[in-house]
Ligand binder design. Sequence first.
Ligand code: ADP
Ligand code: MG
Ligand code: MG
Length: 250
Amino acid sequence: TALLEIKDLHAQVEEQEILKGLSLTVNPGEVHAIMGPNGSGKSTLSYVLAGKDDYEVTGGEVALQGEDLLEMEPDERAAAGVFLAFQYPVEIPGVATMTFLRTALNAQRKARGEAELSTPEFMRLVREKADKLGVSQEMLKRPVNTGFSGGEKKRAEILQMSVLEPRLCILDETDSGLDIDALRIVADGVNALRSPDRGMVVITHYQRLLDYIVPDIVHVMSRGRIVRTGGPELAKELEASGYAAYTEAA
Ligand code: ADP
Ligand code: MG
Ligand code: MG
């Protein structure tokens, strides 16, 4: 079975159809990039997969390892191994990053019927992951995202991803605010988490990110559908030609 199988997905926001028959299959071990012009519905796709309110699915299917993802609540999606990077960019004053990670991990374990990790077990796990990603102990004590630089926010996000060990990672790298350092952090994190039993979908407007994350498969999204699929060379082609061919098509 595919890790993620989206068939003819239609979704609307405020009674306006944004996704218009989108199909996508991600197999374990694959890294997919979804590129496309602004307004093509890339972020809408990630919100629909997250189960965000106000995003109404009006047709099609989404299966996660053969199970209907659209029937699951957001927390059930997380327990099933779906990680959506943009879900937690918020600042949470007063909650240390370490505590936040522990809450997220324990919620996931509880939903899976697994016991909570003891404090020493959890500390060991986080220290090991944090060291690998260059996250300082000092940063772990600071409140979530509060006063974090753009690069630190990305590091915290990637750390969360590596602690939760998701089966499917979806990263929506929105079109603003990613400087070259942040791009590198995201890319290093994604590359470190590549594994034969994990799939990743990296959504980006920027070809530059794909200089660091070399995807297996590249898709172009336009007007709510995947309109082209190719290998890494497709990203290079888009860098040269831009998206004009995709925005002007009827
Ligand atoms: P992308 O991420 O590819 O730039 P989006 O998914 O953000 O595209 O947006 C796709 C379309 O959906 C745009 O036309 C946008 O104006 C519209 N849209 C997105 N979110 C909303 C919303 N909450 N309310 C109304 N329209 C929205
Ligand atoms: Mg946009
Ligand atoms: Mg977007």
